[in-house]
Design a protein around this ligand. Structure first.
Ligand SMILES: NC(=O)c1ccc[n+]([C@@H]2O[C@H](COP(=O)([O-])OP(=O)(O)OC[C@H]3O[C@@H](n4cnc5c(N)ncnc54)[C@H](OP(=O)(O)O)[C@@H]3O)[C@@H](O)[C@H]2O)c1
Length: 436
């Protein structure tokens, strides 16, 4: 007979996060103070040598069978992936009314509404604090701490530690993206296949979840406009620095009239922007809301300790009866108003690489003037571009469509040596409409 005062946990996935969680259960003062007990585990390879002792738990080769086990009250999914065994196992657990805790942003960003509906139907709860910004309790802050009285206008952040590490290393060491990435892979800071991180998709999954909670919307990753850091060059980092900006990969969700726009882009931040000073592998989130004002959160977004800390908080909320609806409201009242439309207006950084010939600057200025785009500052630095000369300008506030049209015209001129690069400049103060 099981003790009715003890909730039995099954953990699928014993890697970085699962291993970190088991360590919390194996401390002298174990997690949950006797009210939580790990009874079963699953991973791909039973004979793999692990840093934690798993001999005291029932072993399942198949995570779906673990999720189906009547001996498990709370199923903890730490495998990863938006589909496959993680999704099947979570569905099986929820369908029989077992609570689920997961760190899987891909799964929830792509299937969050259907899983939340399944949980509602069967009276189960879903916790996913670890899925966004690791140890920073941003989901709880948005869903519980700001609930009721506040209207959020924007949530933005540095949500991928790998990208932030790469950009910081490029700036401080003066090495190229490829060199820094190769080093990060050798040191284990970046995956062998870095696409999810450097392509911006991981940050896109996370902002889809924050957007859903902040704006009571169904999570919709397909509506997130995603661009990664793989096209950010050392030249752009240096030229932006000379103009008083730092390039960061920013994920942002903002309320604009009756829609929510969610996007991930490399962005120029003025050095006094709260996100500009967040370096290395750290994560950060800035929330703009009324009446509370601007809130900033900074911390470790990955790794065994921070992520296990977030999973632990979800487990305690479940046993304390404090877990709320996954996206703050019942699924039926979540809105579907996320749009991938780009920002209509903003200030922008534009970089050209030109052949060193007379009349180039006049040709660029002429096209921009014809499009009604006013130049705010201008920088030419022959020392930076090799045989070609970089010309960088920042625009005054202008329609993005007008700028894009002018840049297309300029890019077709035979004095232009490489495709021009446009990046938005984030205003430090304004919460909205600064970038796309
Ligand atoms: N790492 C972080 O810092 C971090 C931060 C936030 C969120 N997350 C999320 O947490 C989840 C887990 O990440 P992680 O870094 O801990 O991953 P990981 O270190 O790669 O571990 C994955 C675990 O899942 C197991 N597994 C893989 N495929 C399986 C299958 N088909 N059936 C059963 N088990 C399977 C693996 O088994 P073997 O050990 O036998 O290979 C391993 O134990 C992901 O959703 C990730 O996005 C991670």
């Amino acid at each position: 007979m099981s003790d009715p005062g003890v909730r039995r946990i099954g953990i699928a996935g014993l890697g970085t996060v699962g291993g970190g969680l088991l360590q919390l259960f194996q401390r002298a003062e174990p997690l949950g103070g006797g009210r939580l007990k790990v009874v079963a585990v699953s991973a791909r390879n039973r004979s793999r040598k692990r840093e934690v002792d798993i001999s005291g738990y029932e072993w399942f080769d198949d995570p779906v069978a673990l999720a189906a086990s009547p001996d498990v009250d709370i199923f903890v999914e730490l495998i990863g992936g938006s589909d496959g065994p993680a999704k099947r196992a979570v569905e099986v657990a929820l369908s029989r009314g077992a609570d689920v805790v997961t760190a899987n942003k891909a799964l929830l960003a792509e299937h969050g509404a259907e899983l939340a509906a399944l949980a509602e139907k069967h009276g189960a709860r879903i916790g996913f604090e670890a899925a966004v910004a690791g140890g920073i309790p941003i989901i709880k802050a948005l869903r519980d701490g700001l609930a009721g009285g506040n209207r959020v206008s924007a949530v933005s952040g540095i949500l991928n530690g790998t990208c932030n590490y790469l950009l910081t290393e490029m700036e401080t060491s003066g090495r190229s993206f490829e060199e820094v990435l190769a080093d990060a892979q050798r040191l284990g800071y970046a995956e062998a296949d870095p696409t999810m991180d450097v392509g911006g998709f991981d940050a896109g999954h996370k902002i889809a979840l924050l957007s859903a909670i902040a704006f009571a919307a169904a999570p919709d990753f397909s509506s997130v406009d995603v661009e990664g850091v793989d096209q950010v060059t050392l030249l752009d980092i240096r030229m932006a620095g000379k103009l008083g900006y730092r390039i960061k990969l920013i994920a942002k969700a903002e309320r604009i009239d009756e829609t929510v726009r969610a996007h991930v882009h490399p962005v120029l931040l003025a050095l006094d922007h709260p996100l500009a000073v967040v370096g290395g592998a750290l994560n950060a989130v800035v929330v703009d809301a009324e009446p509370v004002g601007r809130l900033s959160f900074v911390g470790r977004g990955a790794g065994a300790g921070p992520t296990a800390s977030a999973v632990a908080a979800d487990l305690l909320d479940i046993i304390d009866g404090a877990a709320r609806a996954p996206f703050g409201k019942p699924v039926g009242s979540l809105k579907n108003y996320t749009s991938a439309a780009r920002a209509e207006e903003g200030r922008f950084y534009v970089r050209f690489l030109v052949k060193d010939k007379p009349g180039v600057i006049a040709a660029i200025a002429d096209q921009l003037a014809k499009a009604g785009v006013s130049i705010e500052s201008f920088l030419q630095d022959p020392a930076q571009g090799g045989s070609d000369v970089p010309i960088v300008l920042t625009t005054q506030r202008c329609p993005r469509s007008a700028l894009d049209a002018a840049v297309r015209q300029i890019g077709a001129l035979d004095v232009i040596a490489a495709p021009p690069r446009v990046m938005p400049i984030e205003e430090t103060r304004s919460a909205n409409r600064a970038w796309s």
